[in-house]
Design a protein. Structure first.
Length: 359
């Protein structure tokens, strides 16, 4: 079991890691480094990371624990003559929130250097432009180059360079608050890593294999590949999920900070197995772990392909509430993280062949 300080460091390192969809090597390596003491780790060519507990004994059923390693960000589409860059978004972003944010752009050497998403000074904005609203092609990324040649030669930036928000994760000890980027789903990655750690000293009636899967934000592509490599009987998907407690009417708030992990019944990608879901909800209640429930009109998770794979894999989603996901800055708490880990650990400790077959 990691200490509180170690968990905080783990969450900060994962939040800070550069890993927009398709460029997730840093997150995969961090996953390997953090788990290889208690897991056998392999990484595939997509950069999906597979971790199976070293203390696994041969058992009739396997539990799969998943979290996605990517984050929303950008990719350089084209270099302009003035040295700035056109870009496309990777994953869902609100264009109006982008101008004047700092970003990190990967160079040809693999380093990340700072840049800014352009914001036209009001002095130059015409009345017509003001009324029009912004579209993506109005924006560019600027690292301070003065020409295309300068950008290519002196900054070593090329077409298709991946770009992530330039945000450093902070933890406020007094109020137990993290502020940072990419908590969707790096807070879930951290929860997965710590769950494996706590399970590594248990005698379990199931085998446990976990994945940090890539490219969830662009259509759950990593998990689509992983389902062929893991013969799972049941699955727990960790997510950094959108908190709605600062803008929804009270009766509709389903994901609030400090109310514990969220168990999702329904979204666009999956109708959660009601028997496994009930098992998890009842266990939370029995153990006094706060749990929230949600029915979402939108959204989706890696449960999409996992639950519909093979013979059907009963899958639940354990979401850790994060305010303002898919923007450069999110807020989440250690308290909700710890309760999510606790719930997952206690679920896995109680799973056996008979229980799983009853789902
Ligand atoms: Zn996510």
């Amino acid at each position: 079991m990691r200490t509180k300080e170690e968990n905080i460091c783990l969450i900060q390192a994962l939040s800070n890691a550069n890993g927009v969809s398709g460029f997730e090597d840093e997150v995969a390596e961090l996953g390997r480094k953090e788990t290889e003491a208690y897991c056998n780790v392999t990484i595939d060519s997509l950069r999906n990371t597979y971790m199976s507990l070293k203390n696994n004994r041969k058992q009739p059923c396997k539990v799969w624990i998943d979290a996605h390693s990517d984050e929303v960000g950008y990719i350089v589409q084209a270099i302009k003559p003035n040295g700035t860059m056109n870009f496309l978004t990777i994953g869902g972003s609100d264009i109006s929130s982008l101008p004047s944010n700092k970003v990190r752009v990967q160079t040809a050497k693999g380093e990340y250097i700072p840049g800014i998403i352009t914001s036209k000074p009001p002095h130059f904005v015409s009345a017509a432009e003001k009324n029009q609203g912004q579209i993506l092609s109005d924006l560019a990324i600027d690292v301070g180059a003065v020409s295309a040649q300068d950008l290519k030669e002196n900054f070593q930036i090329r077409m298709a360079a991946p770009v992530v928000p330039d945000v450093t994760c902070t933890y406020d000890e007094t109020h137990d608050l993290f502020m940072g980027k990419a908590f969707d789903c790096r807070i879930g990655c951290a929860a997965l890593i710590e769950t494996l750690n706590q399970l590594s000293t248990e005698m379990l009636d199931v085998e446990v294999e976990a994945t940090l899967t890539v490219q969830e934000e662009v259509g759950e592509r990593g998990s689509m590949a992983a389902v062929d490599n893991i013969d799972a009987d049941v699955c727990i998907v960790f997510e950094g999920c959108p908190a709605d407690d600062t803008f929804s009417p009270d009766y509709l708030i389903q994901v609030a900070l400090r109310k514990g992990p969220m168990l999702r019944h329904f979204d666009c990608s999956m109708i959660t197995n009601p028997r496994f879901q009930r098992f998890a909800l009842d266990l939370g209640e029995e153990l006094g772990i706060p749990v929230q429930e949600s029915v979402r009109s939108g959204g989706g998770t890696n449960g999409k392909y996992i639950h519909a794979s093979r013979h059907g894999v009963p899958t639940i989603v354990i979401g850790i509430p994060v305010r303002y996901i898919h923007s450069h800055h999110g807020i989440c708490t250690l308290e909700d993280y710890e309760n999510a880990v606790k719930l997952a650990v206690e679920i896995v400790k109680r799973l056996n062949e008979e229980t799983i077959r009853s789902f």
